[in-house]
Design a protein around this ligand. Structure first.
Ligand SMILES: Nc1ncnc2c1ncn2[C@@H]1O[C@H](COP(=O)(O)OP(=O)(O)OP(=O)(O)O)[C@@H](O)[C@H]1O
Ligand SMILES: [Mg+2]
Length: 267
C-alpha cells in the first residue's frame, strides 16, 4: 500500500494535494462547513468541517458510532443538517434552508457505494451494474463504461449472468463500486468498502480506487474503520471521534501520529 501511496502522490505537487485549505477562486469539490446533525436527541455530528479538493482522495476514519456514515448522510441529503452547510462545487446542497434530494445529486456527478453494498440478489451482475446508469441515455457510452468496469474487475465479467446472491462479499463490493462508476461520477463516496472482506481482495479494491482516482480523475471520499487502508490510499484524512473532528492532516503524517497509532493502527 505504501508504494501505491507514493505513486498516487506523484502526479500533482504534494503541497497542493495534501492541504485542506481553500485555494482562492476555486471552491473545493466538496466541503462541510460547521455541520451538525442529529437523530432526535442523539448528536451524531457537532460542528464538523472538512474539505475535499478536486481530484483528491480524502479519508474519514473513526470507531463505531463516530459519525462516519452520518457525514455521508449529510452529503447525500439523506438527512437534513441541524446547522452548517454542505457545499458541492461551491453550491449549498444541505443546510437548514436547503436539502437537495439524493437522486438529484447523481446528475451532479455524485455516486455512493453504501455500507453493506446493497447488491440486488435476484438480478444478474450485468443488470446490477446497469442499475447504476439509470439516469443516463447515452447507450454507446453506457456500453463502453460497462466494458471498462469488466476490465477493472475481470471476476465480474466471468459471472456476468449470475445472480448477485451467488457472489462472495468481495465480489459484491466490486459490483457496488462498478455500479457507482456506471453513473459516470466526478465524486465517489464509499462507506467502509473493506468491511468483512479478505485482505487480498481489500488490496485489489484499494488498487482499483487509486486507479479510479488517478486515471479517471474521480474525487474520492473514503469512509473506513480500516484506518491502515484508508491512510495508505488517501492524501489527507480526518479522524472523527463522537461526532467531532478530533484530528486532521496529511495521511502520511497521521500514520506516524502517536494518538492515531495507538487508537487506530493497533499501536
Ligand atoms: N437512525 C438513527 N437514529 C438514531 N441514532 C442514530 C441513527 N443512525 C445513527 N445514529 C447514532 O448516531 C451516531 C453516529 O452514527 P454513524 O452511523 O454515523 O456512525 P459510524 O461512524 O458510521 O459508525 P459505524 O462504524 O458503526 O458504521 C451513533 O451514536 C449512532 O448510534
Ligand atoms: Mg457507518
Amino acid at each position: 500500500m505504501t508504494e501505491l501511496l507514493e505513486k498516487q502522490a506523484s502526479p500533482r505537487p504534494a503541497a497542493r494535494e495534501s492541504r485542506a485549505e481553500a485555494t482562492p477562486g476555486e471552491p473545493a469539490h466538496l466541503e462541510l462547513a460547521a455541520v451538525s446533525l442529529r437523530y432526535g436527541e442523539v448528536r451524531a455530528l457537532e460542528n464538523v468541517s472538512l474539505r475535499v479538493p478536486r481530484g483528491s482522495i480524502v479519508a474519514l476514519i473513526g470507531a463505531n458510532g463516530a459519525g462516519k456514515s452520518s457525514s455521508l448522510r449529510a452529503i447525500t441529503g439523506l438527512r437534513k443538517v441541524a446547522a452548517g452547510e454542505v457545499r458541492l462545487e461551491g453550491r449549498v446542497i444541505n443546510s437548514r434552508d436547503t436539502q437537495e434530494p439524493t437522486h438529484a445529486l447523481v446528475r451532479q456527478g455524485v455516486a455512493m457505494v453504501p455500507e453493506g453494498r446493497h447488491v440486488f440478489p435476484y438480478m444478474s451482475i450485468k443488470d446490477n451494474l446497469l442499475m447504476g446508469a439509470y439516469t443516463r441515455r447515452d447507450k454507446a457510452g453506457i456500453a463502453t463504461d460497462l466494458e471498462r468496469v469488466c476490465e477493472r474487475f475481470p471476476r465480474l465479467k466471468e459471472r456476468f449472468h449470475q445472480h448477485g446472491s451467488s457472489l462472495s462479499g468481495g465480489e459484491q463490493q466490486m459490483v457496488a463500486i462498478g455500479r457507482a462508476l456506471m453513473a459516470k461520477p466526478r465524486l465517489l463516496l464509499l462507506d467502509e468498502p473493506s468491511l468483512g472482506i479478505a485482505p487480498q481482495v481489500i488490496r485489489l479494491i484499494g488498487r482499483s480506487l487509486l486507479e479510479i482516482n488517478r486515471k479517471d480523475g474521480i474525487t474520492v471520499v473514503l469512509v473506513e474503520q480500516n484506518s491502515r487502508m484508508a491512510l495508505a490510499l488517501s492524501s489527507y484524512a480526518y479522524v472523527l471521534e463522537t461526532g467531532r473532528v478530533a484530528l486532521e492532516g496529511p495521511s502520511k503524517e497521521l500514520m506516524t501520529n502517536e494518538h492515531v497509532k495507538r487508537l487506530y493502527l493497533g499501536g
